[in-house]
Design a protein around this ligand. Structure first.
Ligand code: DX5
Ligand code: ZN
Length: 218
């Protein structure tokens, strides 16, 4: 199988030393960028203006995770500024398929995210509309929370279904991913791993990325 992708979440970076902290993850696959609007989630980060500068500065492509209401209005701007992937929440989208098609038309990979309590079955018949599915392994909103093992049966069922249908969709997990939990998520079928505190909280950020990748492969 392909090497697992490790996407460090810059939510755990130092926001006033973003250029330095982006340079530290040059060996990772994508920089995971959490956009929060203090409405879909009770926290606030940054919007397109900041992400445009991150895009210009990052040594690796951006994986934008939109935790916002009304993604139809805002998501295309992130694709237009050059993000490699743009993921919106299924719970927030009025018409997820047409939004995914718009994102692909602009040239981004289209992702859809589901919160821990949101079932995945509704996505089974439309997997080909998406390039990645993000199964949240914490309630979205904050870094540093504990991994929710109870989301693993949903991930496993999704992985089985994708395999059965010959889908190449990437299966991403986000929240509480660490040396202690990444193997469990990999065993359940994830191939793309977001990690914030486990990467930026480490003494050696680059070594943390390599270690997570090795564990996900094991
Ligand atoms: C949470 C964000 C995550 C967050 C993960 O809502 O979507 O990307 O940065 O942080 P950790 O890895 O610390 O749980
Ligand atoms: Zn995220």
């Amino acid at each position: 199988p392909r090497a697992p992708r490790i996407n460090p979440s810059i939510l755990a970076a130092d926001f006033v030393n973003m250029q330095r902290d982006l340079a530290r993850i040059a060996s990772a696959d994508f920089a995971h960028v959490d956009v929060m609007d203090n409405h879909f989630v009770p926290n606030l980060t940054f919007g397109p203006q900041m992400v445009e500068r991150i895009q210009a500065t990052s040594p690796i492509p951006l994986d934008v995770h939109l935790m916002i209401t009304d993604p139809e209005r805002w998501a295309p701007a992130y694709a237009e500024l050059g993000a490699a992937s743009v993921t919106f929440h299924l719970e927030a989208a009025a018409d997820p398929i047409s939004l995914a098609r718009r994102l692909r038309d602009i040239g981004a990979r289209a992702g859809v995210a589901i919160k821990p309590d949101t079932p995945a079955e509704g996505l089974y018949s439309v997997l080909e509309e998406f390039d990645q599915i993000l199964v949240m392994t914490v309630e979205p909103g904050f870094g540093g929370q504990g991994f929710m093992s109870e989301t693993m049966p949903k991930l496993r069922a999704l992985a089985d279904e994708a395999k059965r249908r010959g889908s190449t969709v990437w299966l991403q997990v986000d929240g509480g991913i660490s040396d202690a939990t990444i193997e469990e998520a990999a065993a359940a079928g994830a191939d793309t791993f977001v990690a914030g505190s486990a990467v930026y909280g480490a003494d050696d950020v680059e070594a943390a990325v390599t270690r997570l990748r090795d564990r996900a492969r094991a």
